[in-house]
Ligand binder design. Structure first.
Ligand SMILES: Nc1nc2c(ncn2[C@@H]2O[C@H](COP(=O)(O)OP(=O)(O)OP(=O)(O)O)[C@@H](O)[C@H]2O)c(=O)[nH]1
Length: 374
């Protein structure tokens, strides 16, 4: 049985490229009442962990540092052990239990593996839930950093909120260029300007589904994305054309490193049979999981009154959460995909394969014969 998210502790992942202002922000945050009893995990990449000296010590919170490697690469198991050890130590000392966890990534981290760890590590997944990903972007260097570094794009793409720092250093034209660039990468995330890390903690929390159950449409923000629907009724593509759709080659080229962030909302008007949903997502994730940075969905299942919320990172999904009926009052299922180079048509065509009447087996076997491994 998966735990009820109401019993879990919210975790915020704070990310942003090198020098974007993460430590400056944390320094402000840790003294705010809303951060009372928060555990802050910082991860300084390099031999000498300096960041903890820059985060001010407060009375009511703990700051632990992990400096043996980059959280997203080598020390994912350490994240679990570090949090576990700190929780145990507080309990043994009879201290107030932590009410919130903030994990600061290194500037060079791709946050997806960290989200993945939060969802798949047994200990973490049974105590914490992802409240949100906050990404800081430096207004002065943001556009060039986004163009040059895939990690920076990924940080912005999976964020629930984007904080624009150092706006004091640039003019309006530069700010609006950055805003447009970020909106193409992540159309749903609200962009908020922050000066020298000053922002109320409440503006960075409460993004998670469990807080937003009554406002699940806000959590999904489906309307911000380009809409894609199933292609049922059209001629199914040949195996060759599917292969080309799954190979990044079209769409916005945003990085010199071949990263093509594409986000879109796939909508299905009819309630979806549970086995179709499961088979489609299984296939999608086994073929494209690496390229799917984040998926959020509110799904109307055939024969079920309550819609389900889905939340996935790469090929891993959280257990579906039932939502109030009003969360999907029009009965339309909406899946938001944030991907690296996945053509929306590929998602729609794969869905079609599982519609009654499609010769799924034939298409899939010829598709696999093209050399795409599952
Ligand atoms: N002008 C200006 N400088 C800022 C602002 N926010 C942060 N800075 C400065 O930017 C520099 C980098 O900030 P940090 O908070 O160390 O950035 P970081 O993201 O923790 O950096 P890394 O640990 O290297 O990833 C510092 O000198 C800050 O004082 C701002 O809004 N305006």
């Amino acid at each position: 049985m998966s735990p009820d998210t109401h019993d879990l502790i919210p975790v915020t992942v704070l990310t942003g490229f090198l020098g974007s202002g993460k430590t400056t922000l944390l320094n402000q945050l840790v003294h705010q009442p809303a951060m009372k009893d928060a555990l802050v995990v910082i991860n300084e990449f390099g031999d000498i962990g300096l960041d903890h000296r820059l985060v001010a010590e407060g009375d009511e919170h703990s700051v632990v540092e992990m400096s043996s490697g980059c959280l997203c690469c080598t020390i994912r198991g350490d994240l679990s052990r570090t949090v576990q050890k700190t929780f145990d130590a507080i309990e043994r000392a009879g201290g107030e239990p932590f009410s919130r966890v903030i994990i600061e990534t290194t500037g060079l981290a791709d946050p997806s593996p960290i989200l993945h760890t939060l969802m798949t590590d047994y200990w973490l997944a049974h105590r914490l839930y992802l409240d949100g990903v906050i990404c800081l972007v430096d207004a002065a260097s943001g556009v060039s950093t986004l163009n040059a570094h895939r990690e920076s794009q990924r940080q912005a793409a999976v964020a629930d909120r984007l904080l624009i720092t150092k706006a004091d250093l640039v003019d309006e034209a530069r700010l609006s260029r950055l805003a447009g660039h970020l909106a193409r990468i992540n159309p749903a995330a609200e962009q908020v300007q922050v000066s020298h890390g000053e922002i109320a903690a409440e503006r960075l929390t409460g993004e998670g589904l469990s807080v937003q159950r009554q406002r699940a449409d806000h959590w999904l923000s489906a309307a911000s994305y380009a809409q894609v629907s199933p292609t049922v009724g059209m001629t199914p593509p040949s195996a060759g054309s599917l292969v080309s759709m799954l190979t990044p080659q079209s769409g916005p080229v945003l990085s010199r490193h071949g990263e093509q962030i594409r986000s879109f909302c796939f909508t299905v008007e009819e309630p979806i049979a549970p086995d179709v949903l499961e088979d489609w997502l299984d296939l999608l994730m086994s073929l494209l999981g690496e390229k799917i940075l984040r998926v959020k969905a509110i799904v109307k299942i055939a024969g079920r009154e309550q819609p389900l919320a889905l939340h996935g990172v790469q090929h891993i999904f959280h257990p579906p959460e039932p939502l109030p009926v009003e969360a999907c009052s029009d009965g339309i299922s909406r899946f938001v995909f944030i991907t690296n180079g996945v053509a929306p048509e590929a998602v729609a065509q794969l869905f079609d394969y599982f519609q009654p009447g499609r010769a799924a087996e034939n298409h899939l076997s010829s598709f696999n014969a093209q050399g795409v491994s599952r």
